[in-house]
Design a protein. Sequence first.
Length: 381
Amino acid sequence: MKIILVAGARPNFMKVDPIMNEMEEYNSKQTSKRNSKYILVHTGQHYDYNMSDSFFKDLEIHPPDIHLGVGSGTHGEQTAKIMVAFENVCFEEKPDLVIVVGDVNSTLACSITAAKLCIPIAHVEAGLRSFDRTMPEEINRIVTDSLSDFLFTTCRGANENLKKEGISENKIYFVGNVMIDTLLKYKNLAESKIKKFSNLKKKEYALLTLHRPSNVDNKKTLQEITEALVEISKEVPIIFPAHPRTQKMIERFEFSNFFQKPSNFLFSQMKGIYLLSPLPYLEFLHLMVKAKFILTDSGGIQEETTVLGMPCLTLRENTERPVTIKEGTNILVGTDKEKIINESLNILNGKGKIGRIPELWDGKAAKRIIEILIDKYINQK
Ligand code: UD1
């Protein structure tokens, strides 16, 4: 049994890590005849040290067995490059199963390639829907799910979405959230080990991430958000590790004056918006745990803050992760300046949302995935 596990972009790495660990755990208990060999393929969608290598280092993931090195491009270019390169890998390796995670272009490209070669696909984090097809990830989710043979979901709502799309119930498994497996495993270490931000006091800053094309590629929208952030930063300093795309757009739109670039992580004046490079996993987790609240347009951070019990304001009009609103600490504030400011002030005035941890977000999702794959697939071969 040969399994290919695909990772390509930053939000994939913390999702493949627990799956690989469980696979190794399973192999360690088998006779060598029954071992499953897994191969980690990195598409190279993300390639900067802080967007990729640093995650391998922090999470002690062994280096990818195969690196496709595709890099950036338009959606068509990037997807096509991954498909061509991944097809060659499949010809060479002849896998029995391809596991993809999340909703990035690498997920889509490798799913289409595997499906055309009649290789079964397992999709981890299936069934999430924003119902907004202007969002590139929504297209990736719908196509990947339609091609998958095993659909592993993070919440019961995702099962319902898949059933409504006509996907057979016996392909769908509600297992919990692998990203939370990693969060729970590393939370304490991140809190104790990272010393770089020691002059930031607990709950005395807000943390911000922003990278959605709909937020950062449009000058008017980015300006509206920036103006809100400037107002909030008069009350509480904002730490902003910015995605490369966002850094480029800030420069292009000549918004750099709104941001400060701290040297040696000394946030001396403790006012304003501090622009940093993207951070490695443990450093970012450390900042999340200690923050007063988080502003973000990321998908994963909405889930991580829910588990940490940390108030989260999501700068989007919709979310594919409604469980973080219904049960967690998340509030959708869109890109309206007044709404962003008002909800931030609410939190600063002690009225942050309190939530609970969603069902099965307990650190054991990868274990369930591997048990299901062994029972329903590996042992049947
Ligand atoms: C991708 C995912 C998104 C995820 C995000 C997390 C898709 C469609 N989107 O968006 O779901 O939330 O990753 O980061 O797959 N760049 C660099 N260095 C890098 C990577 C990217 O400079 O290591 C720059 C490039 O100029 C590139 C741009 O960022 O053109 C966008 O990268 P891309 O992978 O296309 O999409 P993301 O915006 O990162």
